[in-house]
Structure formats: C-alpha cells, structure tokens
Design a binder for this molecule. Structure first.
Ligand SMILES: Cc1ncc(COP(=O)(O)O)c(C=O)c1O
Length: 379
C-alpha cells in the first residue's frame, strides 16, 4: 500500500472535516436545507473574494467560469485585451477566439510578469476595448501579476477587468473591490481545499451592464439565470450538491483562520520552499520579484528531464508534484503550497526531490534542502 502526497497546484488535498461534510447523505437541491447552505456559500465567497459584488456559482471547473465570463460579457466581433504571461493567460485568448471575439494580445515571456503600463497604452490606443482579461497567479510559471495597478488603470475606462484567480484565491492576497476587479473567477480545487467541480464568479455593476448587452449564445452558462435563482436560494440546474456542502465547510475553516493569517502562512511556506531548493543549487524558474506564494517553479538542471522527476516521485514515493506545461514540459517542476498543504507535506516533497535528483545524477547532500526549509519555517 502506498501513501499519497498531493503537492500539485490543483487539485490540492482535502481536509478530513471537508471530506466528511462532503460525504453526508445527498440533500435535494430544491429544499430549504440546501438553500440555506447554498446562500451561506455565496455569502462566504464574498469574503473569499473580498467583495460586495454579486457572486455566482457554476457546476464546472474553473475553465467553465472563464468561458461563462466571455459569453456573458461579450458579443460576436467585440474587441478585448488579453494580457497573458503563461498557459492560463493564453486560455483567455483561446476562449475569446472560440466566440469570434477580436483579441488584442499582450504577451510576456513566460517567467515574467505583465507590465500594467502595456495595458494602459493599449487601452489608450483603442477605445473599442470592452474587456481586459488577465491572470492573478499564473500557475504555469509561478508569477503573480500586479492586479491592483491594472485595476486602477482599467477602472476609469469603458472596459471591464476580468481576472482569473483560480489558483490565487484564498492563499494569495486578492481584493476584488479594493482593486476594482469587475469579474473575478475561481475554482474549488485549489485554495478552497475542495475537490474539483465547482467554480465561482463575482460580477460588478459595470460588468452587469455589459451582460445586459451581450448577444453571445449561452444557456447553461447564463449569468442572468444564475442571479435570478439566487434570489430564490436556488441554482438554475442541479448543482454538485456534495461539493457545495464541502465548500460550505471549507469556508467555515477559512473564515475561522482569516485570510490575512492564511496569506502570511503561505508566504512563509513559499519563502522556505524557495530557499530550500536554492540551497541545493537549483534555480527558480520565474522572476523572483514577481513570484507568487502559491507555487514554486523550479528549473531542472541540464540533462535532467522534469517529466521523469515528476513520474518517479509519483510512482516510487506516491508524491505528486507538477511538471512544466506546454513549452516548459520537462524543463521545470512545480511544488505547490496552497490550501491544506502544510510544512510537513512540503518536507516530504523536498526530501523526495533530493532523493530523486540524486538518482538522476544531480548529486546533492541528502537533507540539505530539508534543513534549509526547517530553519526558515521554525524561525
Ligand atoms: C490560473 C489557472 N487558470 C485556469 C485554470 C483552469 O482551471 P480548471 O482546470 O479548474 O478548469 C487553472 C488550473 O490549473 C489555473 O491554475
């Protein structure tokens, strides 16, 4: 029997209390009992997003909420900006293209952050832009973007700001109202410590005005249907009832701890992990001035295939970390520190990495990175 350690940037481990809540007998979704839980979840997500805006829930992973944002805000032929610094930023472009939305793209080298000034310049040049799509924490490269500055730029224009915080919510500071984010998107399987399958979107008044004008085809993903149902404490269609119950419990845990405390703890885990891997000569893949706290992206030494490192860790030790995506396949590995992942999980991951790297010929002193980690985490 193999023990399983999940250190990927989603899905993340589920706390026992959440798993237990999830396994309660199924409630019917058209009952008062479920309605109360659902409304609590919607209110709780306003805390997670730090917003007074409407929050909507979708049964579907984060990408469903991304696609829903595109189809609800825009119409055929509309023009938008997509500011991307990685794989998930690029996803906004692909979704927009699928709906014949014209994309003006700001593309940054992977590993670098978006420069808000580029967004400002493009918005000044083109007054037809209806929306700016971007990413809070770019999970594929480890970057956190300066959404606060982008928010200040977009707020006084005709455009709405749409931000994917699917991996950033809960663990990385994210203030929807203070940062003027019109539409924020997240999923259940990362900082929210729940299984995959639910996503959430916050929608500002400015965004609702666009929703009113949108003519893109939509049915299941229709924001207006979702908003109307919430007034009756319901969802338009059968929701993933057990996941809603799980998120309800997870929000209780998050509120009990407070976001501020979670941000602080995650920052320390992230710093300790980076210090640990650097202590054995490994390099951080992305610009450390803009590195997020949710994941450590580690460049693989020459001649070591990151894919094989990930596979060996998983198959021999039951430790799941993530590899590189797209053009970073084989070149980097990624260790997450978000959600229920704690310092002792990370010690397991870091020691596993030391062992596997040695096996592949990158000779490191066993325990050196673990020691560096422990020294920081206990300081
Ligand atoms: C930043 C970001 N955006 C989008 C997604 C896609 O979300 P999902 O896989 O839940 O559809 C992910 C998932 O890894 C992500 O990290």
């Amino acid at each position: 029997m193999k023990k399983y350690f999940l250190l990927t940037p989603g899905p993340t481990p589920v706390p026992p209390e959440v798993a237990q809540a999830e396994s309660r007998p199924i409630l019917h979704h058209r009952t008062q009992e479920f309605g109360k839980i659902f409304v609590d979840v919607i209110e709780g997500m306003k805390y997670v997003f730090q917003t007074k805006n409407d929050v909507l829930m979708l049964t579907g992973s984060g990408t469903a909420a991304m696609e829903a944002s595109v189809v609800n805000l825009l119409s055929y032929g509309d023009e938008v900006i997509v500011a991307s610094c990685g794989n998930f930023g690029d996803r906004w472009e692909k979704i927009c293209q699928a709906y014949s939305i014209k994309v003006n793209k700001i593309s940054v080298d992977w590993g670098k952050a978006i420069n808000p000034k580029d967004v400002e310049d493009l918005l000044k040049q083109n007054k037809n832009i209806k929306a700016v799509f971007t990413t809070h924490t770019e999970t594929s490269t480890g970057i956190v973007n300066d959404i606060e500055t982008i928010g200040k730029i977009v707020k006084d224009t005709q455009a709405v700001l749409v931000v994917d915080s699917i991996s950033g919510s809960v663990n990385q500071k994210f203030l929807v109202d203070d940062w003027y984010i019109d539409v924020a998107v997240t999923g259940s399987q990362k900082g929210l410590m729940c299984p995959p399958g639910l996503s959430f979107v916050s929608v500002s008044q400015k965004a609702w005005q666009l929703v009113e004008k949108s003519t893109s085809p939509k049915f299941y993903l229709d924001f207006k249907k979702m908003k109307k149902s919430i007034e009756n404490k319901e969802t338009p269609f059968t929701p993933a009832v057990s996941l809603v119950v799980a998120v309800h419990k997870a929000i209780e845990i998050i509120k009990g701890k407070t976001l501020e405390k979670i941000w602080q703890e995650t920052e320390k885990l992230a710093f300790a992990t980076r210090t640990a891997v650097k202590s054995i000569g490994l390099k951080i893949f992305c610009d450390e001035l803009h590195i997020s706290n949710i994941v450590t992206p580690i460049s693989m030494p020459e001649n070591i295939d990151g894919q094989k490192v990930v596979k060996t860790l998983r198959e021999e030790f039951g430790i799941s970390i993530a590899g590189g995506q797209d053009k970073l396949k084989g070149k980097i590995v990624r260790i997450a520190h978000m959600g229920y992942i704690d310092k002792f999980d990370l010690i397991v991951g870091i020691s596993g990495l030391e062992i596997v790297l040695n096996k592949f010929g990158y000779k490191v002193e066993l325990g050196k990175a673990v020691k560096a980690f422990e020294e920081i985490i206990n300081s």
